[in-house]
Design a protein around this ligand. Structure first.
Ligand code: IFM
Length: 453
């Protein structure tokens, strides 16, 4: 224990709508519902129903948050639940669900931290072309405005997007995620329109008086394994990190990326008048940190495949290999707690005055379900403990990092991996939905309880 957590350092847990909610009949369809029906798209054939059946088990899940003693809960709003076709009419039933969630948190003294888009795009908008289309950014702003009108008085912190890298590149470049398109040029247009939507949404929310407006990125340190791989590493870093940070900082598309991706796009979707919208000031930046990327020569020995580390995800990728080093989590991700500070530095280099939160960190990792149903997950405890310590060291060295959210409250639908990867502090039996706090949940609860107040 003895983490010496500062009393004002926020600790929470995070989830996202499609991964936990279920109740597909109670909302409009989204890109992930359509994708899940494609043969082989999700490894175990899981779909959004029942997921963790969170909609019907809301009170039980709120009570779990109370039991944990968290300061804040980060959840995402399902766009198709509140606005079933992605535009126009709102669903009273959908709005009521988030009223109950937000009010339930406030009654329990837990701060609501809402993400507007965690990858579940309403199907009609995907059918109209999705994020590669400029219009989607404006539809997102309209949706954000509707959410601000309803919840701005009660949500403590807003994130527009979660990990736009995944929506853009896994969705439209490798097609590993919904909607499964393999069009590198379109994926670059998607990056741009996601961030345009973000900027438009921030303006609308700010006008409504919503407070604490930000975005969550998965910034990943990209490390060259040899001198010969430095140019390739710069390309990967440019698309993983710099393109997002440069657009947010008002610098436009990084010049080296403009050039290196010229074979897949003419960049005609970029408009100079968008620059101030893309760089609309934010009040905070969230980072999701899990691992690093190592770039090695193409013929170097490969030990393990890491999910989300594939040259197919990267437009105009030069020859290279990703080369994660042991120890690994079940995702094939290298465990490197010090990388958290490298990731924070990426943000502060571009946006020096913006406070930071780690909005996700955790591990799908070996665990044992004992005969009595208890779940022993010492490796997850060690992972979170090591990363929290590394984060606090970074804070001591001057990074303005204000809090940490463990991913995730519940075992949930891990996107294309379905139920095969478990990140939860609380086990969810996929057959019955029964919740069982793992050892890591008890440990996190003790960390929260032991904090100097
Ligand atoms: O489950 C995901 C989450 O939805 C976004 N960040 C990474 C997590 C683990 O892959």
């Amino acid at each position: 224990m003895d983490l010496n957590l500062p009393p004002d350092f926020e600790l929470g847990v995070a989830t996202s709508a499609w991964q936990i909610e279920g109740d597909v009949a109670g909302r409009g369809r989204c890109n992930w519902d359509d994708f899940a029906e494609l043969p082989g798209a999700i490894v175990d054939g899981a779909t959004g129903e029942p997921a963790c059946d969170h909609v019907h088990r809301l009170d039980e899940d709120l009570d779990l948050l109370t039991w944990l003693g968290v300061d804040a809960y980060r959840f995402s709003i399902s766009w198709p639940r509140v606005m079933p076709t992605g535009t126009g009419a709102l669903s009273p039933q959908g709005l009521d669900f988030y009223d109950r969630l937000i009010d339930g948190l406030l009654e329990r003294g837990i701060r609501p931290v809402a993400t507007l888009f965690h990858w579940d795009l309403p199907s009609p908008l995907e059918a109209a072309g999705g994020w590669p289309e400029r219009d989607t950014a404006y539809r997102f702003a309209d949706y954000a405005q509707a959410m601000g009108e309803r919840y701005a008085d009660r949500v403590d912190r807003w994130a527009t997007l979660n990990e736009p890298w995944c929506s853009a590149f896994l969705g439209y470049c490798s097609g590993y995620f919904a909607p499964g398109r393999k069009e590198p040029g379109a994926s670059l247009a998607a990056v741009y329109h996601l961030l345009l939507g973000h900027g438009l949404a921030i303006d609308r929310l700010r006008d409504l008086g919503a407070r604490n407006l930000g975005i969550v990125l998965n910034l990943i340190p990209v490390i060259a394994q040899s001198e010969s791989m430095e140019a390739a590493t710069r390309h990967v870093d440019g698309l993983q990190n710099r393109i997002f940070l440069d657009l947010l900082a008002g610098n436009g598309i990084p010049p080296d990326i403009r050039e290196s991706c010229a074979s897949v796009t003419d960049w005609s979707f970029v408009r100079p008048e968008d620059t101030p919208i893309l760089a609309t000031p934010i009040d905070w930046l969230g980072e999701n940190y899990y691992s690093v990327m190592r770039v090695a020569e193409v013929d170097s020995e490969r030990h393990v495949d890491a999910i989300g580390q594939d040259i197919a995800d990267i437009p105009a990728c030069p020859p290279l290999r990703f080369d994660p080093q042991p120890p690994y989590t079940d995702m094939g991700w290298e465990v490197l707690p010090e990388g958290i500070e490298m990731a924070l530095r990426k943000a502060t280099d571009h946006l020096p005055d913006v406070p930071l939160w780690i909005c996700e960190n955790g591990a799908a990792i070996a665990e044992e379900i004992a005969a009595d149903g208890t779940v022993h997950d010492p490796n997850r405890i060690e992972y979170i403990d090591d990363h929290l310590r590394a984060l606090l060291r970074a804070r001591d060295r001057g990074f303005d990092v204000r809090g940490y959210f463990a991913w995730s409250l519940l075992d949930n639908l891990e996107w294309a991996s379905g139920w095969t990867k478990k990140f939860g502090l609380v086990r969810v039996d996929p057959a019955t939905g029964t919740r069982t706090p793992k050892d890591s949940a008890r440990w996190y609860r003790d960390v929260l309880a032991a904090r100097t107040r």
